[in-house]
Design a protein around this ligand. Structure first.
Ligand code: NAP
Ligand code: MG
Length: 493
């Protein structure tokens, strides 16, 4: 990729140089040509008879075929989950359930490299992220919730916690394996059984996980995986024998699901969209703040619900922050997700690429000023260079709407009150970031932000012990921590 050096250190801007490629090997991974549905502990052919291709968005090559579950397939999966709940899983002691979940966690660790490579192949995210973030965190969630399985009475003293039954779980494509771990681990720890539908573009790690459940000896039917499109998800949502819906995805689909279950006894947790504010105060450590902004929006191609997609810079440091930001963007490597040097991988799908391009076009049409560094994008696959917009207003479409791509909209502010009102002026409320040298300023801002997670002098940090979730149109309920357990329990006392 072409590089330009930072202006302030006066290097030759015209020279081009490349890192030597450092490719992650794919020789060790095992993928079947065709994947069936995972129901009752076995891979079974879909009654629909239909399969669809899952592709590598960096090359557009077909990786495998995946079954599309219809209503009858979903019904079979729910029946298997109910049977496993009634006959096995709800009858096991917490200690025994915990042993299975620990075993799953250990097996994920053992096969971490294979899962990481498959995650990057199927979804387009960089190997650095899937290897260092997605897969280790997924294992950490199973370890964490395994530890709670036999301690529910201590977690909720005097409340007599009871499992709910069959949980229907629907996950998105941005953190495929991690979102599955966030959902399956607490459901199993609390004694529920599961019917899960992964996102259509990233089903492979879910199906590899099904193989791992078989290896772990998890009793048949405790977790069932039905692949397919949105329609498959709606069959889960509308199935009368599903007791709880755990959904992560867009606010639009979240609203549809809430309407569908409004007249039922189904419990729900909704982890929806976001439009996070990242705020740089004039006294912030600016290099760290710039690095945090880069991480906040360009990490995982901006396919992050909590991406810091709105940046607010205090006016007095605007020029210097912009210079540092542009210089840093110039050094980002866009390209093959399996190359360990890559910072920004492939956009997950053609559909998402078109959405991001549409927003970039709208940004320009509405008069915003665009900056993209010079970089050569691969010929095949789905790519967007890191992009920032200045000269935007609170009313600009790219400031108001979730883009879900590597696109940053930048505004300035003078006072704390001004930035709080601007940052909170959004229908979303998932996350935010604040950068300042003074703890008192950080706490003042964080306490006034209407966001489920607010990071201080860091960004995109996750931990299984910490609850995650949103306000307003970013959803309800929390995943992670004790709150994540509570979402899978009913209380009789
Ligand atoms: P999406 O289109 O809402 O899809 C999410 C999941 O729901 C997918 O499995 C999808 O299947 C399925 N689905 C689609 N229509 C459905 C319907 N009518 N009934 C039931 N299920 C249905 O979202 P996405 O584009 O995959 O993911 C991006 C969104 O997720 C962003 O808005 C992002 O902010 C949000 N997100 C939020 C969090 C959080 O924790 N708050 C975390 C990650 C992502 P298909 O894949 O087949 O369409
Ligand atoms: Mg794919």
């Amino acid at each position: 990729m072409a590089k330009k050096k930072a202006k302030e250190i006066e290097l030759d801007l015209s020279s081009n140089w490349d890192y030597a490629p450092s490719m992650e090997s794919t020789g060790h991974i095992q993928l079947k040509k065709k994947y069936d549905l995972f129901i009752g502990g076995k891979f079974v052919k879909p009654k629909s008879g239909v399969y669809f291709d899952t592709i590598n968005p960096a090359t557009e090559e077909v990786l495998a075929q995946v079954a599309e579950a219809n209503e009858a397939d979903v019904d079979a999966a729910v029946k298997a989950a109910r049977k496993a709940y009634d006959t096995v899983w709800s009858k096991l002691s917490g200690k025994e359930r915990g042993k299975y979940i620990y075993r799953i966690a250990r097996l994920i660790q053992e096969r971490a490299r294979e899962f990481s490579v498959i995650e990057s192949l199927d979804g387009g995210k960089t190997i650095r992220e899937s290897r260092d973030i997605d897969i280790p965190l997924a294992a950490a969630h199973f370890f964490y919730y395994a530890g709670w399985a036999d301690k529910l009475d201590y977690a909720f003293p005097n409340r007599n916690p009871q499992s709910i039954g069959v949980a229907g779980q629907i996950t998105p494509w941005n953190f495929p394996m991690l979102m599955i771990a966030w959902k399956i681990a607490p459901a199993l720890a609390t004694g529920n059984t599961v019917v899960l539908k992964p996102a259509e573009t990233t089903s492979l790690t879910a199906l590899k996980l099904a193989e791992l459940f078989q290896d772990a000896g998890l009793p048949d039917g405790v977790v069932n995986i039905v692949t397919g499109y949105g329609q498959t998800g709606s069959h889960i949502v509308n199935h009368p024998d599903v007791d709880k819906i755990a959904f992560t995805g867009s606010t639009g689909v979240g609203k549809l699901i809430m309407k569908s279950i409004a007249n039922t006894n189904k419990k729900s947790t909704m982890e929806l969209g976001g439009k996070a504010a990242n705020i740089i105060m004039e006294d912030a450590p600016l290099d760290q703040a710039v690095e945090g902004v880069i991480n906040g929006i360009f990490f995982n191609q901006g396919h992050v619900c909590c991406a810091g997609s709105r940046l607010f810079i205090q006016e007095s440091v605007y020029d210097i922050v912009m210079r540092k930001l542009k210089d840093r963007m110039q050094a980002l490597v866009v390209g093959n997700p399996l190359d360990k040097n890559t910072d920004i991988g492939a956009i997950n799908s053609k559909k998402q690429l078109d959405t991001i391009k549409k927003y970039i076009k709208i940004g320009k049409e509405e008069g915003a000023e665009i900056y993209q560094p010079n970089c050569t994008l691969p010929k095949k696959g789905y790519w967007i260079p890191p992009t920032l917009f200045t000269n935007v207003a609170q009313s600009s479409t790219i400031v108001k709407e979730e883009i879900f791509g590597p696109v940053l909209a930048i505004q300035t502010f003078r006072t704390v009150d001004e930035v709080i009102s601007k940052a909170n002026n959004t229908p979303y409320g998932l996350s935010a970031g604040v950068w300042s040298d003074k703890g008192s300023k950080v706490f003042n801002l964080t306490s006034q932000m209407r966001a489920g997670v607010v990071w201080g002098n860091t960004y995109n940090k996750f931990d299984p012990t910490s609850p995650f979730g949103g306000y307003k149109e970013s959803g309800h309920g929390r995943e992670g921590g004790l709150q994540g357990l509570e979402a899978y329990l009913k209380f009789n006392a």
